[in-house]
Design a binder for this molecule. Structure first.
Ligand SMILES: [Zn+2]
Length: 213
């Protein structure tokens, strides 16, 4: 049934979802874990309730937050010059960029490698935790919407990857060795990407907008 065939007073858009392929409007139903919702007209997948979607995202975001601190403060590389070893972590690297006058690059690295991953993981952890313990925190909707806005800037992960590639290239040309911080930074990057790709937004929204709230 299309929207034009319905009496406008009967349309309760809150409980409806539109098929992305054929625009068919379908009433949202509660679906169990592992259930796939298919469009009855064209067979397109409308939603897919993955197994333990909240538990998995909660663990991923928590792991990301745990990796965040060592990724920032542990040395990502060690420079060996005439037997003198000098280690650098991400924070020192950013400070060096500002000190040497590369302000624009410094701001980009600060945003993509530090601020945005930290905010994204914190928001995701906050919302997942609230849903997991069924807390009735009233700012869940705006918080999750803000997370989704930040997640739409997909370029940030690519910038983060760029930073990583330049570090690895530097290791190739100079007397530099990997630090444990680099391993933590790579883990942080992977966790940030996996947590946003595997996020079950449909289940999150249906729980946030659920009858108990
Ligand atoms: Zn359809």
């Amino acid at each position: 049934m299309t929207e034009s065939q319905l009496n406008p007073e009967e349309i309760d858009t809150k409980g409806l979802i539109a098929c992305p392929e054929c625009d068919l409007l379908i009433r949202k139903t509660e679906a169990g874990q592992g259930i796939k919702g298919l469009c009855p007209r064209c067979g397109c997948t409308l939603f897919h309730v993955k197994k333990d979607p909240i538990e998995r995202t909660l663990i991923l975001s928590l792991t990301g937050l745990i990796f965040f601190v060592p990724a920032m403060v542990l040395p990502i590389m060690t420079l060996d010059t005439l037997g003198l070893e000098q280690s650098t972590n991400i924070i020192q690297g950013i400070r060096a960029l500002f000190r040497d006058g590369f302000h624009m690059v410094g701001v980009i690295v600060l945003l993509t490698a530090v601020i945005v991953p930290l905010i994204k993981l914190t928001l995701l952890f906050y919302v997942s935790m609230a849903l997991r313990i069924r807390a009735d925190w009233n700012n869940m909707g705006p918080t999750f919407r803000f997370y989704q806005r930040m997640d739409e800037w997909g370029m940030l992960e690519i910038c983060m990857l760029g930073i990583l590639v330049s570090i690895i290239k530097l290791i190739d040309i100079a007397q530099i060795s990997y630090g444990i911080g680099l391993f933590c930074f790579v883990s942080l990057l992977i966790i940030t990407i996996v947590s946003s790709v595997s996020l079950d937004e449909h289940t999150y929204w249906s729980l946030i907008e659920g009858p108990s709230r």
